[in-house]
Design a protein around this ligand. Structure first.
Ligand SMILES: NC(=O)C1=CN([C@@H]2O[C@H](COP(=O)(O)OP(=O)(O)OC[C@H]3O[C@@H](n4cnc5c(N)ncnc54)[C@H](O)[C@@H]3O)[C@@H](O)[C@H]2O)C=CC1
Ligand SMILES: Nc1nc(=O)c2c([nH]1)NC[C@@H]1CN(c3ccc(C(=O)N[C@@H](CCC(=O)O)C(=O)O)cc3)CN21
Length: 285
């Protein structure tokens, strides 16, 4: 398939539990089998996240619930979360992230600690998603990030599980392509889902970028499609996707798109459908 079509056909979306009703209402506009990540925030509980994942599964989508290691208070909290997901058949794919809390709430200080617990494999998880940072991380040194990526990939394989990588959102296609090349050069062969925000208000994007420690230099932002001096208006990932597409080659391995929806799930689904239809024109009789 053409590369743009592949990126757009098999993209994934990331929601929070409170997007569940919107997801159910608009699921029909996503291809069956689309992966739906459910962010692990401190403001939403495990039952709501589990319900969001279950709703995705019922809608013929593939849930990817997130677990933030530092938000887990105890081993039994992890066991309960896995059991709850399993009861809804929403445990096959998980995304494990360290999490923002400065101090871990319980025994897991990093994603690696959760993976090494062995509880994921025991619960019947098949695939474990981990992070990637094309623009680095404000509080974690680059060397530590690359070491973590290597160690997590190895630990996932040791547990007999499959790894995939989803990158922190970025507005900079050059940084993303350079990051993919470095990862491949280091022997990371897992599929990489490139994180980018869905269409959203510029003010919102700037606020989330600040909150998540993602750079928005004026030049990059302008290229992406938003002006930092004029915060009114909406910016979408069109140019980013176009540029990413034009730069990707077979040597980059399996690469997909991951859309962080930041409260704009319906608009993101509309955007994805329009982009898909533009890339793969319906066959004429
Ligand atoms: N990329 C994403 O979608 C999300 C990222 N986060 C971020 O997760 C970060 C780390 O998670 P992963 O990338 O999975 O790393 P990780 O858990 O694999 O850890 C990588 C390295 O950073 C250290 N570390 C982990 N969390 C930290 C924190 N909050 N502060 C300082 N050092 C930390 C670990 O000890 C380890 O050395 C959080 O700080 C947060 O910024 C949180 C939610 C979603
Ligand atoms: N460093 C870091 N921390 C994160 O928590 C994080 C990232 N990076 N990268 C992207 C993902 C996506 N993230 C988020 C975070 C918040 C909302 C959000 O919509 N928050 C609502 C409140 C939702 C609620 O509390 O139920 C908001 O209006 O802020 C969405 C995605 C969190 N993630």
């Amino acid at each position: 398939m053409h590369r743009t079509a592949t990126l757009l056909e098999d993209l994934s979306v990331e929601i929070t539990a409170r997007d569940t009703a919107t997801l159910v209402a608009h699921a029909g506009d996503l291809p069956a089998g689309t992966r739906v990540s459910v962010t692990h925030l401190g403001t939403e509980g495990a039952p709501e996240r589990r319900e969001a994942a279950a709703a995705a599964a019922r809608a013929e989508l593939v849930p990817v619930p997130h677990l933030a290691a530092r938000r887990l208070g105890s081993e039994s909290e992890l066991r309960d979360a896995l059991d709850g997901l399993r009861a809804h058949d929403a445990h096959e794919r998980l995304f494990v992230v360290g999490g923002d809390p400065r101090t871990p709430a319980g025994p897991y200080a990093s994603a690696l600690d959760v993976i090494r617990s062995g509880l994921l494999a025991e619960a019947g998880v098949a695939e474990v998603g981990i992070t990637g940072y094309p623009e680095g991380h404000p509080a974690i040194a680059d060397e530590a990030l690359w070491a973590a990526l290597r160690d997590k990939t190895a630990a996932i394989a040791d547990q007999g599980l499959t790894a995939s990588v989803t990158t922190q959102f970025s507005f900079d296609a050059d940084a993303v392509v350079a990051w993919i090349e470095r990862a491949r050069a280091l022997g990371i062969a897992a599929p990489i889902r490139v994180g980018v925000p869905g269409p959203a208000g510029v003010r919102r994007l700037v606020a989330f970028a600040r909150r998540c420690g993602v750079g928005t230099s004026a030049g990059i932002a302008r290229k992406y499609g938003f002006s930092l001096t004029s915060l009114v208006g909406t910016a979408g990932p069109d140019r980013f996707v176009e540029e990413l597409t034009s730069r990707l080659e077979d040597a980059h391995g399996e690469v997909r798109l991951h859309l962080y929806t930041f409260g704009t799930l319906a608009a993101t689904i509309d955007w994805a459908r329009a982009a898909r239809e533009a890339a793969v024109p319906a066959e004429r009789p």
